[in-house]
Design a protein around this ligand. Sequence first.
Ligand code: 4NP
Length: 170
Amino acid sequence: MTQKLLFVCLGNICRSPAAENIMNHLIKNIGWEERILCDSAGTGSYHIGAPPDQRMSAAAAKKLGINLQGQARQFQKSDFQDFDLILAMDRQNYQHILSVDRSGQYHDKVRLMCDFCSRHTLKEVPDPYYGGAEGFNQVIDLLVDGCEGLLQYVTTNQPESPPSLPTTQS
Ligand code: 4NP
């Protein structure tokens, strides 16, 4: 069964495309590209159609050697049906997503990204947009931690175990 993950921030040009691309990188490392699909979206509409922010791309390239791909889109109601898990970068994004689900029937699909971190204690991925390069580097560190925990979570209790997980490698 294919699992579908959606990462959500405000603009869909910094945090959520970074999370999507980092997660895809980890998924590729264990050969699970056919089994876990990732996408990202923003709660806001300001940057629809834009590529990932150059400062975010620079941090991902420098720290992880990966190129961020993507084109911003806005979170929409149909995402609740289309995705198994929706990962909000901060509490504001989380509340926005829940406000679109008036019935509350999809509440259990929505989680905070930092819930999956094991090495960091921050509860939210801070918005780096108006800050300096250090903020973008911090976003990458948090997202690597969160994505590793998330990968562990989504690959657990699957019919076939992955060959190895980043968090369990020696
Ligand atoms: P993101 O960052 O939500 O991580 O993509 C932001 C991008 C743009 C703005 C704010 C945050 N903005 O205000 O335009």
